[in-house]
Design a binder for this molecule. Sequence first.
Ligand SMILES: Cc1ncc(COP(=O)(O)O)c(C=O)c1O
Length: 373
Amino acid sequence: MNPGITKDPEFIPQMEPSIGDEERKAVADYMAAPGWLTEFRNTAQFEQAVAQYCNCEHAIAVNSGTVALLMAALALDLGPGDEVIVPNFTMIATPNSVKLPGATPVLVDVEPDTLCLDIEKAKAAITSRTKAIFLVAINGRYPAAGIEAFVDLCRERGIALVEDAAQALGSRYPDGFHMGTKASMGCLSFSSPKIITTGQGGMLLTNDARLADKLRRLKDFGRSGGGNDLHPTIGYNFKFTGLQACIGLAQLEKLAARVLRKKAIWQRYRSGLAGISGIKLFDMDIVNCVPWFIDVLADRRDELQEYLRQHNIGTRLMYPPINAQQCYRVAGSFPVSETAGRRGLWLPSASQLSDAEVDRVCTTIRRFCHEQQ
Ligand SMILES: Cc1ncc(COP(=O)(O)O)c(C=O)c1O
């Protein structure tokens, strides 16, 4: 919370970042020392810490998750005439990052239980122009077909796989691999609603040294070396800052506890919402995956949102299907993402939610559903 902003103690926000004295002290210490503010040693330290947590060889900090996805597209040399398969239920950054270098996102529907890309529909959408699949670990989930099925499919068809793991820090596949580390590149986000935040920020993960080198040049004007002005390749400025790295390092210390808390919150919602007709909580592999947001399908979703608002409870409508967004307007049938867009609601999901707050949300939903019967 910014000083000066007063908060209604009764209001439960859908999401709120949690910044403590540790982050404040880290920034103050950093500001007290001489430095350039831009990325330097502590950004490298943050990258190493994330690489270690994800058990990945290279982690490259950039200024947002969107930029991480865009850089993946640039590193794959995607451009006009190329097609990239993207789920129709995702945050708009996934297709947009493909569009910026001129490639065409091909929208494919998702699975009803996980809301991850449907592999059969993805296979049917592959053409001779398909260059990549951008697979989204939506809400920290993996597709029912399994990540290996996507890795194999892409290998067989000679196309690249990128994992959009923006919502999946802390989530692992059943074999223990962190999400974002199975594909040629994975992308994380540290925007404000994420499990840990640097305000804005993102990270590319890769185990490919050649790609890591290409990505490092891309984010630093294509320089041949640190600080020089020789540019063998085209690059841009997608760098991080030391200030963000201070916050990120302090937030990382809290990640393990937040992973446990998010799982406990989801389990409490599961019990609290059990047996309420008209509400369906999406299932999770709660052993391996971390629910970023608590996602439900609600029969009278918009009325429920208003009822919760009147009872001081914040929620957020789940993403409309990408094909229906004004900036895309793609015709076709996408029944699963259409249902998620029409009935999907994100309930309060911050890791600092108390058990009593979760119970209050569940009781209020129960009351709404009973009153409507
Ligand atoms: C699935 C997904 N991809 C990409 C992004 C973009 O990340 P950022 O907001 O850091 O640009 C987000 C952000 O929420 C996301 O949820």
